[in-house]
Ligand binder design. Structure first.
Ligand code: DI6
Ligand code: FE
Length: 410
């Protein structure tokens, strides 16, 4: 890539001679523009479209010749548990040797073992352990990453997790969105009393986390092995009081009608959804709740029930695609591979996969006004690729064709 002239301070940067995947809602499919250009000023896109139609006044400052490469919106991972301590490769080995999830849990494994590791780590250690995972996402063009808490499960450790997540955003040129996932699992000190723990989450931990501005959204794990819809509703009521939008791990292992619960609360997204039925899909469509598809977890736990992609299409539910990076069910740090899995395992089209890690992922974070498409007014978050056609981003496995990544114009 050749910079043809140097820009003025705070001036206009122009990427020209490119092919664009704009993902603009107004255009069909990928919103492809051949012979395209993107111009940015002060970190914001001021023009994205055909180079020939660009206002002449914009063609002045720093010009970067993309030599025919493709530009997509910067990728967005809208569902991760990236801040965690240690790993659970030992449990993976146990499962490979035939142990069931219950046996692993009895041997001190499962989410609770990650809780123990996270509580033992200080904030600096958490940041240091999480940075390589974030760097792997960034290396493939991610410009926005959501990070959940949920391995602290008490006020001090949930705060530590969310502060570590915020700190990741200070350490790297990437937008971090934090989600409070206090209702993820029952910590040992709760002694089996789920209702009392939900009270603690809803009445003490969530309000304190919200008051400190540590969370952009609230999530929960609605499942037989975690919390019931009624318990999750109490957490969502507290989120509403705190003015925070909600999301939900719903219908991953069984159908507790989590999708409908999420829709009832106007959730930004409901995630996993392997066991969601038609009523759930219809409710999500009506509420505008995004379905976040997480093929990494499906693959890693060798689930066989697929999410009802056909119902989502039929009802017009928007689909995001994310890694679900976590130490137990999806140790995955590649959005490119995630797209390949979504296509191969669930039959998503190339267009759906690419929308899922850009525009729809932005929607699932409530950030569609800010990023996720190449349109004037949005943050200049771009990924520039050495590919011949967009399908290559979904087709390859374990190959990274990223040429350059631009975050907020830089
Ligand atoms: N669903 C999942 O797949 C992960 N959390 C959740 O709510 C599992 C997290 C873990 O095992 O550490
Ligand atoms: Fe998750």
């Amino acid at each position: 890539m050749v910079a043809e002239s140097k820009g003025r301070a705070g001036g206009l940067r122009l990427w020209r001679n490119a092919r664009l995947v704009t993902m603009a809602e107004s255009s069909a499919g990928l919103g492809v523009v051949e012979h395209g250009a993107v111009a940015a000023r002060d970190g914001r896109i001021v023009y994205a479209g055909p180079e020939s139609e660009m206002p002449a006044t914009l063609a002045q400052d720093e010009r970067i010749d993309c030599e025919g490469r493709w530009i997509t919106p910067g990728l967005i991972d809208c569902h991760t548990h990236l801040v965690h301590a240690g790993n659970r490769a030992n449990e993976f080995e146990m499962r490979l040797a035939g142990a069931t999830y219950e046996e692993v849990a009895k041997a001190g494994g499962g989410i609770v073992s990650s809780v123990k590791s996270l509580r033992a780590a200080n904030q600096d250690e958490l940041v240091a352990q999480s940075l390589p995972r974030l760097d792997a996402l960034i290396a493939e063009g991610a410009t926005t990453v959501e990070v959940k808490s949920g391995y602290g499960l008490d006020l001090e450790n949930e705060q530590k997790s969310l502060r570590a997540a915020r700190q990741l955003g200070d350490r790297r040129p990437v937008t971090i969105r934090t989600t409070f996932l206090g209702a993820h699992a029952l910590p040992p000190e709760a002694r089996g009393d789920k209702d009392a723990f939900i009270d603690l989450v809803a009445k003490e931990i969530l309000p304190a986390v919200a008051a400190e501005g540590l969370a952009d959204a609230v999530d929960g794990f609605c499942e037989g092995i975690a919390f019931s819809p009624e318990q999750m509703a109490r957490v969502f009521d507290a989120a509403k009081t705190a003015g925070l939008p909600v999301k939900l791990h719903a219908d991953q292992l069984s159908n507790l009608h989590g999708a409908e619960l999420a829709a009832r609360y106007g959730a930004l997204s409901a995630d996993h959804l392997e066991y969601t039925d038609e009523a759930g899909a219809a409710a999500m469509a009506k509420a505008g709740t995004v379905a976040t598809i997480l093929p990494g977890a499906y693959y890693f736990i060798r689930e066989t029930k697929k999410p009802p992609i056909g119902l989502f299409r039929q009802h017009g539910v928007r689909m995001a695609v994310a890694t679900d990076n976590n130490p137990g069910t999806s140790p995955l740090t590649s959005l490119l591979l995630t797209m390949n899995m979504a296509a191969t395992l669930f039959g998503l089209t190339v267009d759906e996969c690419l929308a899922g890690v850009t525009r729809e992922a932005a929607r699932a974070l409530g950030l569609l006004g800010e990023t996720g498409t190449l349109e004037a007014g949005k943050s200049a978050d771009l990924a520039i690729w050495d590919i011949e056609r967009p399908a290559e981003l979904v087709y390859r496995m374990g190959f990274n064709p990223l040429h350059a990544r631009i975050w907020r114009g830089q």
